[in-house]
Design a protein around this ligand. Structure first.
Ligand SMILES: [Zn+2]
Length: 265
């Protein structure tokens, strides 16, 4: 069945936003994805700086929008402060995330770090996510991942297809198997590929995976398609291309996330 639901990559850079001609293809905006049905945004997964571009894809806001957070590190939250719907009197933004999203977000989107206080924003409500959420024909299911301070990933099942979003996850523990249990059989896997294998050795405990870890997860889950994300902020377009080229020797249907990439649901 042809579906009119899709996930659109808005930002895929890890850690901190970057700009410059060397990042023109894969972009410098940090992690954010839109969930759209009939060109209406019904949700976002994460609100990094990439969120700012959402209207440039011809998208309109649905009457209510959910923002699903994987966790609250800066590169996943900064875009929320500039989401106009949050500050609109008639806004209807439901923020969902692990632990205590209200405390985590209102404690940093507030003076002196930001000119207005998110706690006073009229358009936003908060809810700890505890299980699957139904959203305009999409089912969004959280699952735990391995990352400092804790984080989740999301599986999104649409009318005709499914995608798993694992933005920040350090592979190599028994958490890997529990993730695979949830994401098994997804059509597309968007997975942390921040490091080269040789870089991972000096970044243990930093909470990120290598492209090889992402390939392992794609194979184990049976995904048809692997989309690498959370690229290191120093990784140029040419270097990302080289990673994709190498990864395709192990998993042919590998690509890297870039702003505007659309995944049918
Ligand atoms: Zn993080």
């Amino acid at each position: 069945m042809e579906s009119n639901a899709r996930l659109i990559v808005l930002g895929s850079r890890g850690s901190i936003p970057v700009c410059g001609t060397e990042f023109a293809v894969y972009g410098g905006g940090t992690t954010s994805f839109a969930l759209a049905v009939d060109d209406q945004v019904v949700g976002f997964i994460d609100a990094g700086t990439g969120l700012m571009s959402w209207r440039s894809y011809g998208l309109q806001p649905a009457p209510s929008i959910s923002v699903f957070f994987t966790h609250y590190h800066w590169d996943h939250i900064q875009g929320l402060s500039m989401l106009d719907l949050v500050w609109a009197d008639d806004g209807s933004v439901m923020v969902r995330g692990p632990a205590d999203p209200r405390s985590a977000l209102t404690s940093v989107i507030t003076p002196p770090w930001f000119p207005a206080s998110l706690a006073d924003a009229p358009g936003v409500r908060f809810e700890r996510i505890a299980g699957s959420v139904e959203l305009s024909g999409l089912t969004v299911t959280p699952f735990g991942v391995e990352h400092p301070q804790g984080a989740v990933g999301y599986r999104v099942d649409g009318p005709s297809s499914s995608v798993a979003v694992v933005t920040d996850h350090e592979a190599g523990s028994n958490v890997d198997a529990s993730i695979i249990d949830v994401i098994r059989g997804v059509d597309a896997l968007i997975h942390d590929g921040q490091y080269l294998p040789e870089e991972a050795v000096t970044h243990r405990g930093w909470g990120h995976s290598t492209w090889e870890d992402a390939v392992t997860a794609a194979v184990a889950s049976g995904a048809d398609r692997l989309i690498l994300t959370s690229m290191d902020p120093r990784r140029t377009d040419d270097e990302v291309d080289a990673i994709v080229h190498t990864a395709r020797r192990q998993f042919h249907a590998t690509e890297a996330a870039y702003p505007g990439l659309s995944v049918s649901l």
